[in-house]
Write a protein of this length. Structure first.
Length: 205
């Protein structure tokens, strides 16, 4: 057999072996381990309510009222007062287009957006504009962060209690229940997962 043919056959066998190992066996092994050890996370940390999938605990989402004119691209949807609102998102929580606004600290556009949000959030929650937390005014780096600060969650309690006719104490207990500690015990700040919290709110009586 000519050397060149023998070389090509050897390369082909190596390709087939590596394809089986790396393209079939390894993915199946990792998939099996992930399904056996932490299937919820491996499947996207899906959140269900009444048997229906309502989101993922890893991804934030909007809680807005339906648009009055769905066909009007210029109409901004209004936040629903019955729900805890997430922090702003530069991409409207689109999972296929994650990212920040890329506006720097000296940007006039960013300053205007922050001031406009401060006034809107204060009016919506019925609080002093000076008390609105920073995370209610600025988007996360990914635009998909499902967490808000404890301060922002507490600020919204009175509004939701009134809209849903629920006791303030009940909502405060839910906020405390879904408050997550710092990463590794010392990184960042405590946060509240809005997706999980709103699921609990929808089931509260």
């Amino acid at each position: 057999m000519p050397t060149i043919v023998r070389t090509h056959l050897t390369a082909l066998r190596a390709l087939l072996v590596m394809t089986v190992l790396c393209g079939i066996a390894y993915p199946l092994l990792i998939t099996g381990i992930s399904q056996a050890v932490f299937s919820d996370k491996a499947n996207g940390s899906i959140v269900k309510s009444d048997g229906k999938e309502v989101g993922s605990s890893l991804l934030g989402q909007n809680y807005n009222l339906p648009k009055k004119n769905p066909d009007d691209p210029k109409e901004d949807p209004a936040p629903d007062p019955k729900w805890f609102q997430p922090r702003p998102s530069a991409n409207n929580y689109a999972g296929d287009n994650s990212g920040a606004s890329n506006l720097g600290p000296n940007s006039d556009d960013l300053l205007k957006a922050v001031n406009d949000r401060r006034a809107a959030v204060a009016a919506f929650d019925g609080v002093d504009p000076a008390s609105v937390p920073a995370d209610a005014l600025t988007a996360s780096g990914s635009g998909l962060d499902p967490h808000i600060s404890v301060a922002y969650a507490k600020e919204q309690v009175d509004r939701i209690a009134k809209a849903r006719n629920l006791p303030v104490e009940k909502l405060n207990q839910l906020v405390d229940k879904y408050t997550e500690g710092r990463s590794l015990g010392f990184l960042g700040q405590e946060g509240v997962n809005v997706v999980l919290l709103n699921k609990a709110v929808s089931e509260a009586k």
